[in-house]
Design a protein around this ligand. Structure first.
Ligand SMILES: C[S@@+](CC[C@H](N)C(=O)[O-])C[C@H]1O[C@@H](n2cnc3c(N)ncnc32)[C@H](O)[C@@H]1O
Length: 255
């Protein structure tokens, strides 16, 4: 695959992403699980300055306290344009840039976040070094991942054990880093592809340490949906046992 294609695939899937995220309001899990969890972990106060990396069409920006300064950066111009169109807050700014490269921004951010995006970046360590570079000492960083142990594209799935009446999670591969192409519309073989890059949790921990962070807290967020009908008990049990997302709150230790 051509490198440039990997970097620009999000520009190509922007119309689809705008649709699933309701033009920046966020998809179901953004609204019900991810954004409320991130807002709690960030614990922003008036005057704080937040850097939102790979901000997409600006889902996080819409839920911030009024007087927080915000800069959202994303590589896909059409997603950034969509974010700008829907954001009237004068304290909010946006930039089109690759977050693994040096950025033309100040180094005084009190907080940073990267939500459901580090797994779309081929060199996550470069993005983490960058985040560290633009945060103040003791600045807070919140990272949200599709759970790296339970949601590995093409390598994790549900199974049914009829005798035990349980829905179990099957994991075929975990420790090996993997580059996984994701077809945006599985029913259309010609549809656009984005890449997902899998790493085990221990790799994230090492990357954060190498980028100058210390992990303060790890949270695992489950779905808040409820099944009804014959399989409800089994499905609700597995939903509450296998988290969808992992959130890591880390502090930048060094200047
Ligand atoms: C799944 S979307 C998540 C967007 C947003 N954080 C959200 O939660 O809606 C992944 C985003 O990562 C962005 N992205 C991928 N590689 C990037 C890079 N190297 N630099 C900046 N943004 C990147 C894509 O353009 C896309 O908007």
């Amino acid at each position: 695959m051509i490198r440039g294609f990997r970097n620009t695939s999000w520009q190509k899937v922007a119309p689809w992403y705008n649709q699933v995220t309701e033009q920046g309001r966020g998809h179901y899990y953004h609204q019900h699980v991810v954004i409320p969890g991130v807002i709690k972990l960030l614990d922003l106060k008036p005057g704080d300055k937040l850097l939102d990396l790979a901000c997409g069409n600006g889902v996080l920006a819409k839920s911030l306290p009024e007087r927080v300064k915000y800069l959202g950066i994303d590589i896909a111009p059409s997603l950034v344009n969509s974010a700008k169109r829907n954001d009237r807050n004068p304290k909010h700014k946006y930039l089109v840039s690759d977050i693994t490269k040096p950025l033309p921004i100040s180094k005084d951010f009190t907080h940073a976040a990267i939500i459901l995006a580090l797994q779309n970046i081929q060199n996550p360590i470069k993005a983490l070094h960058n985040i560290s570079k633009y945060l103040i000492k003791n600045g807070d960083f919140v990272l949200v991942l599709n759970h790296p142990a339970f949601r590995i594209p093409r390598q994790s799935s549900w199974g049914l054990d009829i005798d035990k009446k349980i829905q179990y999670r099957r994991i075929d591969k975990y420790m090996s880093p993997m580059d996984i192409p994701i077809n945006m519309n599985p029913s259309d073989r010609g549809s656009e592809v984005t890449m997902s890059y899998h790493f085990p949790l221990s790799s994230y921990s090492k990357m954060l340490k190498d980028a100058g962070f210390v992990i303060e807290l790890i949270e695992e967020w489950v779905s808040d949906k409820e099944s009804e009908g014959r399989s409800a008990r089994m499905e609700n049990r597995s939903r509450s046992e296998f988290p969808l997302f992992m959130a890591i709150k880390a502090k930048k230790l060094f200047v």
